[in-house]
Design a protein around this ligand. Sequence first.
Ligand code: TAP
Length: 481
Amino acid sequence: MQSELYIDGQWVKPVKGGSFEVINPATEEVIHRAPAGTAEDVDIAVKAARRAFDIDGWPQKTGSQRAVHLRAIAEGIRTRQQELARLEVLDNGKPFPEADWDVADAAGCFDFYAGLAEQLDDNPEEPIALSDSRFTSKAVKEPIGVAGAIIPWNYPLLMAAWKVAPALAAGCTIVLKPAELTSLTALELGAIAEEAKLPPGVLNIVTGSGSVAGQAIIDHKGVDKLAFTGSGPVGSKIMATASRDIKRISLELGGKSPFVVFEDADIEQAVEWIMFGIFWNQGQVCSATSRVLVQEGIYDRLLHRLIEETKRITIGNGLDEGILLGPLVSKRQYEQVIAAIEAAKVAGATVACGGRRPEGFEKGYYLEPTVLTGAPLDSEAWREEIFGPVVCIQPFSDENEAIELANDSRFGLAAAVMSKDEVRAERVAAAFRAGIVWINCSQPTFTEAPWGGYKQSGIGRELGRWGLDNYLETKQITRFT
Ligand code: TAP
């Protein structure tokens, strides 16, 4: 486990020498002390990133040259896959197979953006047809500059990959701040970048708290673009600060995503996808389908099967075999989710199953997977992100009501629909006000496809070619002939 910051290609102690505890959420034990970066460290990191961008020539390399480094990082991640997945479990608590999948996906993300970097060489400019024949014009794409990336704790290495890979592919340099709760694999990414011979200053990793290191990144005049994934309030703060300097921003914020199940759907399949949509990663997923709407005719049967299957979920330490649900990431998160369940009960909801600490667990932030029925439509449980293994379920009568209930949210990240009627499924998919829509499934995520939200779920799109655009400017060059 790394104990220093990765800045300008070097491992360095924080200027003020601070550190913070890394706690295993399954055991509540302190397993490491990670370096606590401050504004001084961020300043050094941003200056290194500026030099790598402005002077050392990272943006002037061809896309293919940058791709060599990206592919080497992908290879480095794969070589250390088991070790990284284990660190992720120790730090975040998720079951090992999920962590293993995340790490593989992070490697895939670097490979994918290596491919897009190469394609930048194939299409360096786009000719523009002008209305005045005395002029010729073309558009070229150029990297924005220095990116500051701030990421959450739910997918530590994968969220780092979603930001670092497209930024480097585009020719930007970057300062990355992982969440204090989960810094271990982000720091390992520094070691992997070093082995991949990434030039100094291109990737800098400053661990530390959001209010200190994170705030210093968003405030820094040397940062041209901010990329953030996390909560709405911090996203809003970033937007306000960015507007002062007209920094480019992309925000991936929360959600309260609906899952609409029509009467003609297969109940067993629906239960499977509902559980995947809310209990994967202990429900700590921005796109979790946490509001389930079921058509009246199958509501009772589906609820019965959902409760039966939810009670069978094996809870435990993510490193143990056969575990499907690990602990929540932190004591604070555990307490917040418990408080949300208690508030739901006060508001009139019924806990159909779960809702408490499972028996036999003295240590660790464990919580039974929870199904809430009858949460009033104006309650926080129905409207606000709980970010835990808690699903609210409601009946609906017809398609119009389903769409109305689904869209009645300030969020618009994801939405899902299940129906054997393909025409209806397409119609409902079109009516959802959400950036990601799943038909007959929930949560599959592909590096190639755009990811991001409508409404208060964010601004911009990550992944796919859209993710690369996040880090590119468009320049018009016009010539008088
Ligand atoms: P946030 O506070 O938003 O944390 C996300 C990242 O922002 C972390 O790296 C955090 O650093 C940093 N940060 C916090 N305050 C900052 C500031 N003033 N300036 C710059 N960076 C700052 O989320 P959280 O506290 O971890 O979780 C709170 C809630 O947010 C959750 O319950 C959940 O509802 C939501 N959440 C959503 C997502 C997604 S993917 N949409 C992910 C995580 C959480 P530190 O954590 O190191 O302080």
